[in-house]
Write a protein that binds this ligand. Structure first.
Ligand code: ATP
Ligand code: MG
Length: 478
């Protein structure tokens, strides 16, 4: 036990007073455990979640406290887990009765029976998560640390309290939790035996639901520098199981002395770059997947050129397969990611030369609402080490951004609707839905995008009349 650590800021929380009183009234022991103590010692504030272990009936305890605190928040019981939860002030409180667990081979859901505090701490995943702070009246403020968790937090070390291989075999979700903690807690190392346990049991991940897998992946992707976690996932052999499309990006091929870049390292750098400018998880996914079409489209064109022709479209189709496999949402988020991948090379092709208004206009027209995100992705995609090239590309994108603002003001293209509708054309020329209607609409759109006419009714009307005449259509005016 270690009593020299100052947990005052936790112990003086209003809710802890309530916990203390409830232990007295019910004659049970209760402890703050796990994440909140770990985060407190790491100075990771604010703490938003308190996990509470009660040696006894956790749900009954929670219910009593909920009414004592007059908390207006909902009281939720998770029957399957034997836990209860409610919110108080800006904290989420989770309650569980101390338990002992035993696992069977084909499920990560253990058989559970009630146990002592020690039993409960034994079942926890990593030593850094096994601290317990007594909030029972008699021992108020006493820290229980059976696995030297405080030491490991100080050493920034992730280590399982029990045999590593068994820990990960019992519940392979812990594999992802270890990799995630190593990333999100900031420069934590995974102890050697623990890492070996992860590698040995990586195939057990197949019993973890895809939704839980994605939750953990997303937590890694949402860190400030996701490449740390992604390289770690790769070193553990987990990335190739979950996202083989990403590990397939590895490697540099050379023909006749001509090499292409390593698209794995490149991709991870793009993810880091985008993460500096956005928290949008879907934009981060788009960055992660933006080059996945490259391995299958790769070709060497003699004498000197590597090409990945059409990899954007191929990659965008592959994204759908990944989302399906990982049970990710097949909705507007997928469509967004697919669109960004499919268009990921478009802006670069307009900054390679001088940037023209009409090219920018066409880009806005096709990218629509996603135009800013697409440009962000493209800027993140510049990973050349050549400083001059980097600056040229980067600055050209700044010009594109500037032009987007100007051209948009002039043309209002983002949610582009041609100023003249199909119905209007049919009525004017007194015709039924037909090829001619499409041709006229298309030529108006094209003329606006080229900059031949403004996005304006009168000019479009004149062009419509001209096109109608060309197609041999008559109107009442004729
Ligand atoms: P965070 O909330 O920041 O993700 P946490 O450590 O609080 O981190 P929770 O998922 O809230 O994580 O779990 C609370 C505690 O329960 C953990 O600290 C850990 O002791 C224990 N725990 C959670 N999941 C597992 C697991 N799969 N195996 C063993 N122990 C676990
Ligand atoms: Mg927690």
């Amino acid at each position: 036990m270690n009593q020299n650590i100052n947990f005052q800021s936790l112990l003086t929380l209003d809710v802890v007073d309530g916990l203390r009183e409830t232990t007295r009234e019910l004659s049970v022991q209760a402890y703050l455990v796990g994440g909140c103590l770990r985060d407190h010692l790491l100075g990771r504030f604010p703490i938003r979640e308190l996990d509470i272990v009660v040696v006894g009936n956790g749900i009954e305890f929670a219910r009593k406290l909920h009414s004592k605190l007059n908390s207006p928040s909902e009281f939720t019981i998770y029957k399957n887990f034997g836990t209860a939860m409610f919110r108080f002030q800006d904290l989420t409180l989770e309650f569980v009765g101390a338990r002992k667990e035993s696992y069977s081979r084909n499920s990560r859901n253990p058989k559970v029976e009630s146990g002592t505090l020690r039993d409960d701490l034994y079942r926890r995943d990593f030593t850094i998560n096994t601290l317990a702070l007594d909030v029972t009246s008699e021992n108020f403020g006493l820290l229980v640390d059976p696995f030297a968790g405080v030491r490991d937090i100080g050493l920034r070390l992730i280590r399982t309290p029990l045999d590593a291989s068994k820990t990960f075999c019992d519940d392979p979700l812990r594999i992802l939790r270890a990799l995630r903690f190593a990333t999100t807690l900031g420069s934590f190392e995974i102890e050697k035996k623990t890492f070996e346990g992860i590698k040995r049991n990586k195939h057990r991940l197949e019993i973890v639901s895809r939704e839980r897998v994605v939750q953990e992946l997303n937590k890694i992707l949402l860190t400030d520098k996701p490449s740390v976690g992604l390289y770690l996932l790769d070193r553990a052999g987990v990335l190739e199981l979950l996202l083989p499309e990403i590990t397939n990006l590895k490697g540099v091929e050379e023909i006749d002395g001509y090499r292409h870049k390593d698209n794995f390292d490149h991709t991870l750098q793009v993810v880091d770059n985008i993460s500096r400018v956005t928290k949008n998880i879907w934009l981060r996914w788009a960055a992660l997947l933006h080059d996945i079409g490259k391995p299958v489209t790769k070709k060497f064109i003699p004498p000197s050129k590597w090409t990945f022709w059409n990899h954007e479209l191929v990659g965008s189709k592959m994204a759908k397969k990944i989302f399906t496999r990982l049970k990710m949402p097949l909705n507007e988020h997928l469509r967004y990611v697919q669109k960004l991948i499919a268009m990921s090379s478009r802006p670069i092709s307009i900054v390679e030369d001088s940037v023209t208004d009409s090219a920018v206009r066409r880009l806005i027209f096709e990218a629509g609402e996603q135009i800013e995100d697409l440009i962000m992705l493209c800027q993140a995609d510049i990973t050349t080490k050549n400083k001059k090239r980097f600056e040229d590309f980067y600055n050209n994108f700044e010009i594109v951004k500037q032009k987007i603002v100007e051209v948009e003001e002039r043309d209002r293209l983002r949610n582009f609707r041609p100023p003249i509708s199909g119905d209007f054309i049919m009525e004017h020329f007194n015709i039924k839905p037909s090829r001619e209607v499409g041709i006229i609409k298309e030529s108006i759109t094209e003329a606006i995008l080229r900059g031949d006419i403004d996005n304006d009714f009168d000019q479009a009307f004149d062009l419509m009349k001209k096109e109608g005449k060309r197609l041999g259509l008559l109107s009442d005016e004729d």
